[in-house]
Ligand binder design. Structure first.
Ligand code: MSP
Length: 525
């Protein structure tokens, strides 16, 4: 029997050495948008996020504050959960690596299995270690002797620990990536991985001496070693599904993951180490790894010393979760670095939310209410196409094709779906706002506010068409702006045809909104 097609999506688990920052908020929102899109399209969906709570970096941060590490991570994990709620993330679970009941059994199961397979051996390691990355670092990766991500010189480490036979699996992983069985997007990142694999892969350390790293999961049956934080962190993606527990039901239902969403700094772990760990465990490969860029501020990496750190909560508190989510979706590419500035935030908020979508919805609802008591029927006897001069749309052949339903069904929706299916949220959002622009233009074409005096039936048909377009906007925009979509849908009072093949809107019984969807922000000239 075929497994019902499900959808499993994850963020990276975020270090609990401090509360969340803009990068975490960004990753959470783009993951949530994809999860909601799939869920809204009927896929049983599981969206996982969580916190990475072990290792040297966290222990040092806790010690600095003079707090027991468990209390320290409890506090920080709560900050992540609070922010997720504020951002309206719809995650189905939140895994914490210090959770010895939920996370540890999967780690132990993986370790014992790898050991049995002969994939783990003991050796002496000597090399450089970046505590910020919680990772060994090669000479080649250093810039001016420093880690490029943390701008710090690594520490020299010489110790005996366990190694995982990564090199054994490297050729197979190269083939899996090359053939897109593990699809890495964007393509430039795939090429980067292939180059790294071609240069040769060495085995990696997978434990640290307990005398140095006490805050972590002990290596089974071996007093004296702690499992390396990255090794156990990666296992979160399956421990959250019950791997290693008595109930592996979620594992059967959702593994392999459809998409791991990770930043460019950690995608090697996900594209090489994680697949090797899964091969060792005899588990199927994740289907896609989406590698996103970094959110910068005024074109530079956010840093306390530069003073350009953007706090996501500030924006959510001032403008609402949807406004923040909008910015992340439309203004930052999911595949490259993107800049976050207050000026840009306000400019696009005003243009596209307050004036664009907000204004279109409120003025249409007002006209419907004023002229028709909100009850709007389609007038099939009247033709009111978009004026052909307004925009040349691809795929449109005849004048009749410029009716609003035709444009929505034949042009806008397929375009949106194609982009969302490629996780290209930014361009999918552009498509939605293209429809906002077309509907604005349609109102300008026909001026229903004047036409009502001459031709009531035609005006009703025009408003029906605009409401039809708005209905489809809510359907498309719901994963990005869940709150706004719900408010608009409610105000539309839409009746939808319930035949299987056709969930098209038929008629509307609209209500005006009691508050504007987005209040325009006054800016100084
Ligand atoms: N704990 C590891 C991941 C383990 S996954 C098994 C980690 N944590 S992190 O907190 O440093 O980063 C978590 C995620 O946030 C990563 O995907 C990282 O790329 C992302 N970001 C951190 N800073 C960022 C920006 N400034 N912009 C966008 N995302 C960035 O790495």
């Amino acid at each position: 029997m075929n497994k019902k097609e499900t959808f499993y999506i994850t963020t990276a688990i975020h270090y609990a050495n401090a509360g969340p920052h803009m990068g975490h908020a960004y990753e959470g929102v783009i993951t949530d948008i994809i999860a909601r899109y799939k869920r809204n399209n009927g896929f049983p969906t599981f969206f996982l996020s969580g916190t990475d709570e072990h290792g040297d970096k966290i222990l040092r941060a806790a010690q600095k504050e003079n707090v027991a590490p468990q209390i320290f991570v409890n506090n920080n994990a709560q900050k992540f959960k609070d922010l997720y709620k504020k951002m309206e993330l719809s995650n189905d679970d939140f895994i914490r690596t210090s959770d010895s009941e939920k996370h540890w059994p999967g780690v132990i199961k993986w370790w014992k299995n790898a050991e049995k397979k002969g994939d783990i051996y003991k050796a002496v390691y000597k090399g450089k270690y970046c505590v910020g990355c919680e990772s060994f670092i090669t000479e080649k990766e250093l810039m001016d002797g420093k880690c490029p991500y943390h701008n710090k010189e690594p520490e020299i480490i010489e110790e005996e620990n366990f190694f995982f036979k990564l090199s054994k699996y490297a050729p197979q992983i190269q083939q899996l990536i090359q053939s897109d069985e593990i699809k890495i997007i964007p393509n430039a990142r795939k090429k980067e991985m292939i180059t790294i694999l071609e240069e040769g892969i060495k085995d990696i350390s997978c434990s640290r001496p307990e005398r140095d790293i006490i805050w972590g999961i002990p290596v089974p049956n071996n007093s004296g070693q702690t499992i390396y934080v990255w090794t156990e962190a990666l296992i979160n993606y399956i421990s959250a599904l019950g791997y290693g527990s008595k109930k592996e039901k979620l594992m059967e239902q959702f593994w392999p993951a459809n998409v791991h969403i990770v930043g460019k700094d950690i995608f090697r772990f996900h594209a090489i180490v994680w697949p090797a760990m899964l091969l060792s465990a005899g588990l199927p490969m994740p289907k896609t790894i989406l590698v996103h860029g970094f959110v910068t501020s005024q074109g530079r990496k956010m840093s306390k010393s530069i003073g350009n750190v953007v706090d996501p909560e500030e924006y959510i508190d001032a403008y609402g979760a949807d406004a923040f989510r909008y910015f992340v979706a439309r203004e930052i590419s999911p595949f490259e670095d993107g800049d976050f500035t207050k000026e840009k935030f306000i400019e696009t908020y005003n243009a596209n939310l307050a004036n664009g979508l907000g204004n279109l919805v409120s003025r249409t609802l007002k006209m419907a209410e004023q002229y028709f008591d909100g009850k709007i029927e389609r007038r099939l006897d009247i033709d009111t196409p978009l004026q052909i001069t307004r925009e040349t749309l691809t795929g449109m052949e005849t004048l009749k094709d410029y009716s609003i339903p035709y444009i929505v069904q034949k042009n806008i929706l397929p375009d949106y779906v194609a982009k969302m299916d490629k996780y290209d949220i930014q361009n999918a959002a552009d498509t939605i706002w293209r429809l906002v622009g077309l509907l604005d233009g349609y109102i300008t074409d026909y001026e229903p506010f004047k036409l009502i005096k001459e031709d009531k039936n035609k005006t009703e048909n025009i408003l029906w068409n605009v409401l039809y377009g708005i209905y489809w906007i809510t359907q498309m925009v719901a994963p990005i702006l869940p709150d706004t979509a719900e408010k608009i849908t409610k105000a539309l009072g839409v009746t939808v045809s319930n035949t299987v093949s056709n969930n098209e809107p038929i008629s509307f019984q609209t209500e005006c909104l009691d508050k504007p969807l987005f209040v325009r922000v006054q800016t100084e000239k």
